[in-house]
Design a binder for this molecule. Sequence first.
Ligand code: ATP
Length: 253
Amino acid sequence: MASIKLKNVNFEYHLYEVTNRSLKISLAKRFGSKDSSQLKVHALKDISLELETGDRLGIIGANGAGKTSLLRVLAGLAHPSSGEVIAEGRVLPLIDRGLGINSELSARENIELPLRLLGATTEEINNAREDIKSFADLEEFFDLPMHRYSEGMKARVSFALSTSIPTDVLVLDEWLGTGDASFVKRAEDRLNSYLDEIKIVILASHSMELLANVCNKVIWLHHGEIVKIGPPAETIQEYMDFSAAHAIQASAE
Ligand SMILES: Nc1ncnc2c1ncn2[C@@H]1O[C@H](COP(=O)(O)OP(=O)(O)OP(=O)(O)O)[C@@H](O)[C@H]1O
């Protein structure tokens, strides 16, 4: 069994580096901070949700709505400022490309540490090494430092790495952008067979078609708050109607 529970989760980014006084004041107004000396972006507000084995959750919302922040909290990559995250099972993030990767090392040398951090056993790591080498298909580059790679080559390694060990929960963002057409096709095939084995999948995307095909639940975020969690078709429709009305209003202003 796998499960993830979020109870009244809040997440804030602190903007320590802003020193310009008028910028501080206008940012404080924008983000509703009372005190401009302690600027914060309140990216997630009082989020509660429960996922169980079999769930495929899609996350939708406009730019800056909080999708990536929610993915990071669900994946255990960011800790809530308040509230609780209770996860049962291994959770694997496929979010930050380059996460745990040292660009001075080759792809071969970069495999062990991230997988160890995710709790992989030595046997899983040995199996993953061969699998990643064959999927990433980098030939000699596999043994060169990764700062010599193109963005697309790095994406191949990250994707292969993140889908190389079994997991209970997979948390993924839109990420296929830098791959070439043949890689994207191979990645989709690999992901489809990998997804079948995974108990809970959480996916943020601006592609409503993808979410409608993959998910059984969709959560709509707006300014860090949940507007609705519901069946994909209904939630996506309400979000699209809202976005269209918003666009008409913005163009009239
Ligand atoms: N590193 C950061 N430091 C400060 N604020 C941040 C940081 N990352 C995101 N934010 C802010 O947090 C809020 C939520 O951002 P988030 O990246 O979670 O949104 P998103 O829904 O994933 O957006 P997009 O669709 O544009 O990727 C936004 O107001 C954003 O400006």
